[in-house]
Design a binder for this molecule. Structure first.
Ligand SMILES: *Cc1c(COP(=O)(O)O)cnc(C)c1O
Length: 446
């Protein structure tokens, strides 16, 4: 087999039956094949072609309510602001909006999307290390609930803009607690060397400065240490540092009404043990529960990751001396996580007959001209001939939103399943759409 780096698990690989059994929205039917909630995935693939993303609305709702329930059960005054960047499709945002969920946005585009999907400005938190003047102006005009400010420079910018507009910005300072989240380096955000947040040692002084600035109402603190976090220890460490800062600020006479606990809760891509929402609620309660602060959470992946699959078809299987390559019609331009983060995703045949076949190792790859276009290596899969369909699991977060049209491949269609019904929520662009916004200068006319 190829000897290049590629997705590899750090946990024993579950087989196909174990992957399905651990995902309540998926079942394998002898006739219909893989069914997502009440809808056979073959039917969606027949209608839309492949590759195609399919999301389970029921799973998103179930997860939102499980998390909200765990927070309430712990007696916490907490509100969930879905991190829009994980999956920003209007229909997905609408599912959460209807549950009463707010939004955490990081750009003008996300702010507009959230508003468009029906999330009120009073439910929106604006985060991000490099908000532009234009974005801050929009946030102030819309009067979003909170701006999470990440630097002294940004604080000065917000103050000048807000004062000039006759507004008062409710600001939380995002603190970098210098805690290692124990996740992939590319998604760690809370270490001192990461670009995010205000250094812990400077936060109290900056809070005092914020209180004195025109156009600024400091309301509290925010922290977000990374993504795909699978243990509670880094959360506990970060939250106890924040609690200490709340006490310091209050003893200096400042009002601290809010702590934004960030996101980052991990999901079991490989059926590995993963923390339940009650564990996160317990960590928050333990560190912050006695402080009488309003709490916010900004989960993204945890809410939507398990809810999505990427459907793909086998183009051909290459039998080489080194082994078997299963070449799909989906690629790294669709799902970038394996290429970008060495991520492991379950891969399950859509047909029950395929799923029952004798397994052997295969490299599952896309057709893009990059060796990193590899979804899985040495994966135990049954024979998969041309046209066989597979579902790449847990692709609901950081999937379609990271897609590109590299290799002039149109992005894949997207569909939402809700119980027995399903609907297209984003069309596959036509090939001609790929150059719709391009211009060939007149001097190059043929
Ligand atoms: C990305 C991000 C989140 C969401 O992270 P998940 O790992 O998807 O939960 C929350 N808050 C901030 C500030 C982020 O940058």
């Amino acid at each position: 087999m190829a000897t290049l780096p590629a997705p590899a698990p750090d946990f024993p690989e579950p087989d196909i039956a174990e992957l399905i059994a651990a995902r309540p929205h998926l079942t394998m039917h002898a006739m219909d094949g893989l069914v997502l909630d009440g809808v056979p995935l073959h039917g969606i693939a027949d209608a839309l072609g492949t590759p195609a993303w399919v999301y389970s609305a029921a799973t998103m709702r179930r997860r939102y309510n499980a998390l909200a329930g765990a927070l309430a059960q712990a007696g916490l005054d907490a509100h969930i602001h879905y991190a829009v960047k994980a999956n920003d499709r209007l229909a997905v945002l609408r599912v959460f909006a209807r549950e009463g969920c707010g939004a955490d946005v990081v750009s003008e585009g996300e702010l507009q999307r959230a508003r468009r999907a029906g999330i009120s400005a009073s439910g929106i938190v604006f985060s991000g290390v490099g908000k532009t003047e234009r974005e801050l102006r929009l946030a102030l005009t819309e009067d979003v609930a909170q701006l999470n400010v990440e630097s002294a420079e940004e604080l000065a910018m917000v103050s000048a803009l807000a004062a000039g507009m006759g507004r008062v910005a409710r600001v939380a300072l995002r603190v970098n607690p210098d805690v290692d989240a124990g996740t992939h380096a590319k998604i760690s955000t809370g270490r001192a060397q990461d670009k995010f947040g205000i250094p812990y040692a400077h936060a109290a002084a900056l809070y005092a400065r914020a209180a004195a600035l025109p156009g600024i109402e400091p309301v509290g603190l925010a922290v977000h240490i990374g993504s795909q976090i699978l243990s509670m220890a880094p959360y506990r460490a970060a939250y106890s540092r924040i609690a200490e800062l709340v006490r310091t600020l209050r003893s200096a006479g400042h009002r601290v009404a809010v702590v934004d606990c960030g996101g980052g809760l991990g999901i079991p891509y490989c059926n590995e043990p993963a923390p339940a929402p009650a564990a996160l609620a317990g960590a928050i309660k333990g560190a912050l529960g006695h402080l009488d602060v309003r709490l916010m959470l900004e989960p993204g992946r945890w809410l939507v990751g398990p809810a999505g699959v990427l459907l793909a078809s086998v183009v051909l299987t290459k039998q080489e001396t080194g082994g078997r390559f299963v070449v799909l019609d989906a690629a790294m331009n669709d799902l970038a996580r394996p290429a970008m983060y060495d991520a492991w995703h379950g891969i399950v045949p859509v047909s029950a007959i395929d799923a029952a076949g004798m397994v052997g190792p295969a490299d599952v790859v896309g057709p893009v001209c990059e060796t990193s276009d590899t979804f899985a290596r040495h994966r135990l899969l049954p024979p998969l001939g041309p046209g066989a369909r597979v579902a790449i699991l847990d692709a609901g977060a950081y999937g379609s939103v990271m897609s590109s049209s590299y290799n002039a491949r149109p992005t894949a269609a997207e569909a939402l399943v809700d119980g027995e019904v399903w609907s297209v929520i984003r069309d596959r662009p036509r090939i001609a759409d790929l150059w719709r916004d391009e211009h060939v200068p007149a001097w190059l006319a043929v």
